[in-house]
Design a binder for this molecule. Structure first.
Ligand SMILES: C[S@@+](CC[C@H](N)C(=O)[O-])C[C@H]1O[C@@H](n2cnc3c(N)ncnc32)[C@H](O)[C@@H]1O
Length: 450
C-alpha cells in the first residue's frame, strides 16, 4: 500500500475488536460500488444495480446506498480527514483500502455510526483483492479518525470543500457567488422522492404520506422502497423530480395533438404527455432504454408509439403539432440524486455533447409543423447546455422564435422564469422542502417560412 498512519499512535497491528460486524454485507456492497465509481469511473446507478441492490435485502440495500451516497457527497471532507491521519498521500493507497477508508470516515464522521462498529466492520472487509495485509493499517487510521473528534463541516465550508473547483467556478460565473454556494449546499442532502400522479393527487398523497406541491407533484420524505408504496402496483404514479415535470407543462394543452418526444427514455415525460391526452411518439436511440421506456409506460397504463432510432436522422411520416427535445447532457442538474456526477463528469464531455444538442434541435425544427411548438430541455446547470443552444439556433437562421413563458405556467416557482422567458430551476429552489433538479427549458414556435 505504501501508506502509513501519520505520527506515533497505536501500533498498526493492533487487533480489531473481535465482535462480528453488523451490516457487513451492506458495507461490502457499498465498498464494491464506491470502488466501481471512483476507481473504475462507472456510473453509480449501474454499479448499484450490478454490485449492490440485487444481493441485498431491503434494509441492507438502503444502508448501502446511504453509505455510498454520503461518501460521494462528502468526498472532499472525507479525503481531508484521511489526509490528516496519513503520512503519505491517499492516492498512493491500495484502491480497495482507499474505498474502505472513505466509507469508514463517512460512517464515523457523517453518519454517527458508533466508532467501534465502523472500525471493526471496515477492518473485517479487508479480505481478498490482496487487502488482507492492510487490516492493521486500516484499523490504525480509522481509530485515529475516531479519536480525532472530527465534526462534519457546515454551511459554506461544507459546500466548498465537497464541490470540485471547476464546477463551482462555472456556477459562480453563471448564477453568482451566493447561488453557487446554495447549489453546492443543496447537493449535500438526501433528496425527497417526487411522484407524478395523473389523477387524484390529494387522495394518493394521503395514502402515501406525501404532500401535493404547487406544480401538482407529490413529495415524500423518507419514502423507503418505491415499489412498496401504495399505488406502485396499480401504476397510479411514476417517480419524477418536480423540476423534470416542468418542460412538458410548457407545451401547454396537448390533448388530441401529435407530440414527438425525441429523447424519450426512461419515459417520465412521455408518460406525462400521454396522460395529458397527446398522441405520443417516443423516440430513443438506445434499444435498452427504449425497452425500459416501453415497460415503464406499460406499468402506468399509458399509450405511446415507441421507436428506437437516432432522432437526428429519423423523420415522422408527417410534421407534428409539438416536439419535445429532452437532450442528452452533462446532467449536472441531477447531482442531488446522482452524486457520482460530481466526480465523474469532465469539462471536455460537456463540450462534446453540444453539437449533438444542436443537431437534435435542428431536427426538431424540421419535424414540427408551421406554428407548432418545440420545447428544448436539459437537466444541466451549465449555461452552454441551456440558453446558449437556443441563441445558436436562432443566430443560425432557423425558422423559429422564442415563445416566452408566463409566470403562471410554473406555479409556486416565479424564480424559475428568467428575464428571457425561459425556465431555469436550481437545486437550491424550495431548499427548505428538499430542493429540486436543475433544469433549463425554452419554448420555441416554428415560423411558416424556412
Ligand atoms: C435526458 S435523457 C431523456 C429522459 C427522458 N426524456 C425522460 O423524461 O425520462 C436523454 C435520452 O436521449 C437519448 N438519446 C441520446 N442521443 C439520442 C439521439 N441521437 N436520438 C434519440 N435519442 C437519443 C438517450 O438514450 C437518453 O435516453
Amino acid at each position: 500500500m505504501g501508506l502509513r498512519p501519520r505520527g506515533p499512535g497505536r501500533p498498526e497491528s493492533a487487533a480489531p475488536s473481535p465482535e462480528p460486524a453488523a451490516g457487513l454485507p451492506a458495507r461490502r456492497a457499498a465498498a464494491a460500488v464506491l470502488f466501481a465509481v471512483l476507481e473504475q469511473l462507472r456510473p453509480l446507478d449501474d454499479a448499484l444495480a450490478e454490485l449492490g441492490d440485487g444481493k441485498l435485502a431491503g434494509r441492507d440495500r438502503a444502508f448501502a446506498r446511504r453509505l455510498v451516497a454520503t461518501a460521494l457527497r462528502r468526498l472532499g471532507e472525507i479525503d481531508a480527514v484521511l489526509a490528516s491521519h496519513l503520512a503519505q498521500p491517499l492516492e498512493r493507497a491500495h484502491p480497495r483500502a482507499r474505498s474502505a477508508l472513505r466509507l469508514g470516515v463517512a460512517q464515523i464522521v457523517h453518519l454517527g455510526t458508533p466508532a467501534h462498529a465502523a472500525v471493526s466492520a471496515t477492518v473485517e472487509m479487508m479480505t481478498g483483492h490482496g487487502t488482507d495485509r492492510l487490516k492493521g493499517l486500516v484499523n490504525a487510521v480509522l481509530r485515529r479518525v475516531a479519536d480525532g473528534g472530527h465534526q462534519p463541516r457546515e454551511g459554506l465550508a461544507a459546500a466548498r470543500k465537497n464541490t470540485p473547483q471547476w464546477l463551482w467556478t462555472t456556477w459562480e460565473r453563471a448564477y453568482g457567488a451566493d447561488a453557487a454556494a446554495a447549489i453546492a449546499a443543496a447537493h449535500l442532502a438526501d433528496p425527497p422522492l417526487d411522484l407524478t400522479v395523473p389523477a387524484d393527487a390529494e387522495g394518493w398523497a394521503d395514502r402515501i404520506g406525501g404532500l401535493v406541491q404547487p406544480t401538482g407533484s407529490i413529495r415524500v420524505v423518507d419514502a423507503g422502497p418505491v415499489a412498496e408504496l401504495p399505488g406502485y402496483a396499480e401504476g397510479a404514479w411514476w417517480v419524477q423530480d418536480v423540476a423534470a415535470t416542468l418542460p412538458v407543462r410548457l407545451l401547454g394543452d396537448v390533448a388530441g395533438q401529435s407530440v414527438l418526444d425525441l429523447c424519450a427514455a426512461p419515459g417520465g415525460k412521455s408518460a406525462q404527455l400521454a396522460a395529458a391526452g397527446a398522441r405520443v411518439t417516443a423516440v430513443d436511440l438506445s434499444p435498452r432504454r427504449s425497452r425500459l421506456l416501453a415497460e415503464n409506460l406499460r406499468r402506468v397504463g399509458l399509450p405511446a408509439e415507441v421507436i428506437t432510432a437516432d432522432a437526428v436522422s429519423w423523420r415522422p411520416p408527417e410534421p407534428a403539432d409539438a416536439v419535445l427535445v429532452d437532450a442528452p447532457c452533462s446532467a449536472t442538474g441531477t447531482i442531488r440524486r446522482h452524486p457520482d456526477i460530481l466526480h465523474l463528469r469532465r469539462r471536455e464531455e460537456i463540450e462534446r455533447l453540444l453539437p449533438l444538442q444542436d443537431q437534435l434541435l435542428a431536427a426538431a425544427v424540421d419535424m414540427v409543423r408551421p406554428g407548432g411548438r418545440i420545447v428544448f430541455a436539459t437537466c444541466s446547470l451549465q449555461p452552454e447546455e441551456g440558453m446558449a443552444r437556443i441563441a445558436a439556433l436562432i443566430a443560425g437562421g432557423a425558422p423559429v422564435v422564442l415563445d416566452p413563458l408566463r409566470l403562471d405556467e410554473v406555479p409556486g416557482l416565479p424564480e424559475a422564469v428568467t428575464a428571457d422567458g425561459t425556465l431555469r430551476t436550481l437545486p437550491s429552489f424550495w431548499a427548505d422542502a428538499g430542493g429540486m433538479d436543475g433544469f433549463f427549458a425554452a419554448r420555441l414556435r416554428r415560423l411558416s417560412t424556412g
